[in-house]
Design a binder for this molecule. Structure first.
Ligand code: ADP
Length: 404
């Protein structure tokens, strides 16, 4: 968006992210009711994007949801093969029907439409993007809880057009260990953020191999940079997949639905439980401080650092002095400021109760630099140690009710 943006897209020819988000989104087919759309992206081909897409769909279906896969990797469609699907997708007057896998996952891929699945697809970018759009607009998906899109690789024109035309709720980035040290992941993160799409998770594929003799993990590419990169880009969820010949064999033989492995369990559970909300939401985090350092007792602190956060990132910080610690006063005072989370060293049980009543998350037991701690919270790394002050004297000082 340029500085002279008039916010009137009708009279502007610029192809900025704001314009496209508003104007290019396509409507799904009337016969499709899709709750969540998750794009699986990678910086380049061959890093395991299709494998991760398949595994996530298999696990989602196993968890009792209706999963679907839209194979948008038009020039390298490998989803049907992993699921052993060789039938042709059928069409009616109204549109095309996805092909169900053995466990009922609904799949649409160019390979399910080609006369000969080994024919190369030598289409140019706009035609490829057009085909993906049609998988969204002309396929009768029915009721789907989670649709996973195996995105075209890279960060070029085709994935961009797909993002602009399909309302993707979030993306998962798949990268090889080498890519994590380069700029490719950063490009994928930037592309998603440019489109205002939350980055839900980062998967390091081919992270290590397990020695079949001794069971030891061998990190072929050296020490992993996964957590460092996730932290740098404020990505809440991470997972690592080993190089496992059984995975390659399952894909080759069309038996990916039989895989067993728990590598993606944590990430998927958080996605299904919507624990990635922090990523998307605007929120206010308050920290009970002395200056910029967290203070041990909530009610007794000198000031509150207030951090505004959006898409998992801190966008503004202010400090407000503690207006005084009358019992029961401070929690309501902070609630009235629109605070969603309070972080403190310790807190009285009464204050915790009021915060809970006002739907404010309480994290106690934290110490150190308030901003770093708030950032750790946004990454989903901060857990409350439950340090509640039980001492009566402190209870009032910590901002709780006076019971005596
Ligand atoms: P992409 O979609 O990124 O192009 P694929 O998911 O198709 O990549 O993976 C490329 C090939 O590598 C496939 O044959 C797949 O079975 C294999 N592969 C990917 N990840 C692994 C892994 N962790 N262990 C074993 N084989 C893998």
């Amino acid at each position: 968006m340029s500085e002279e943006c008039s916010h009137n897209c009708e009279s502007c020819g610029k192809d900025c992210s704001e314009r496209t988000k508003e104007s290019l989104l396509e409507k799904p087919h009337d016969g499709s009711h899709i709750q969540k759309v998750i794009g699986v992206v990678s910086g380049k081909g061959g890093v395991g994007k299709s494998l991760v897409t398949s595994l996530l769909a298999v696990m989602t279906q196993r968890a009792g949801y209706q999963a679907a896969i839209l194979d948008a990797d038009i020039t390298g469609p490998s989803i049907p093969k992993s699921f052993g699907l060789h039938t042709h997708a059928e069409g009616g007057e109204d549109g095309l029907y996805p092909v169900p896998s053995k466990t009922g996952i609904r799949v649409m891929s160019l390979n399910l439409l080609m006369e000969n699945e080994t024919d190369p697809v030598v289409w140019r970018g706009p035609i490829i993007a057009g085909a993906v759009k049609q998988f969204w607009t002309d396929v009768i998906w029915g009721d789907v809880d989670y649709m996973f899109i195996d995105m075209p690789p890279g960060t070029g024109d085709v994935p961009l057009t797909v993002f602009q035309s399909i309302p993707v709720d979030g993306v998962i980035i798949v990268a090889s260990p080498q890519e994590l040290v380069g700029m490719i992941v950063e490009k994928a993160v930037n592309m998603a953020r440019m489109m205002n799409i939350p980055v839900l998770g980062l998967v390091e594929n081919m992270s290590y191999v397990v020695c079949s003799g001794c069971g030891k993990e061998i990190h072929v590419f050296g020490e992993s940079h996964l957590h460092e990169i996730a932290q740098k880009h404020q990505i809440a969820l991470t997972a690592q997949l080993p190089i496992d010949p059984r995975l390659a064999a399952a894909c080759d033989t069309g038996l990916i639905e039989l895989f067993d492995g728990s590598w993606l369990d944590g990430m998927l559970a958080d996605i299904l439980n919507n624990n990635t909300e922090k990523e998307n939401k605007k929120m206010k985090i308050a920290a009970a401080c002395k200056g910029k350092q967290l203070f041990g007792h909530f009610g007794h602190c000198e000031n509150f650092m207030i951090f505004d956060a959006e898409s998992g990132r801190i966008t503004a910080e202010t400090s407000i002095p503690n207006p005084g610690h009358k019992p029961g006063f401070l929690p309501n005072f902070l609630a009235d400021q629109g605070v969603n989370v309070i972080i403190a060293g310790g807190m009285g049980g009464g204050a915790v109760e009021i915060f809970n009543e006002r739907n404010i998350e309480v994290i106690v037991g934290a110490e150190g630099d308030a901003k770093s701690v708030a950032e750790a919270y946004l990454r989903g790394e901060l857990k409350s140690t439950g340090a509640v002050c039980h001492d009566h004297d402190y209870e009032s000082e910590c901002g709780g009710h006076h019971n005596t």
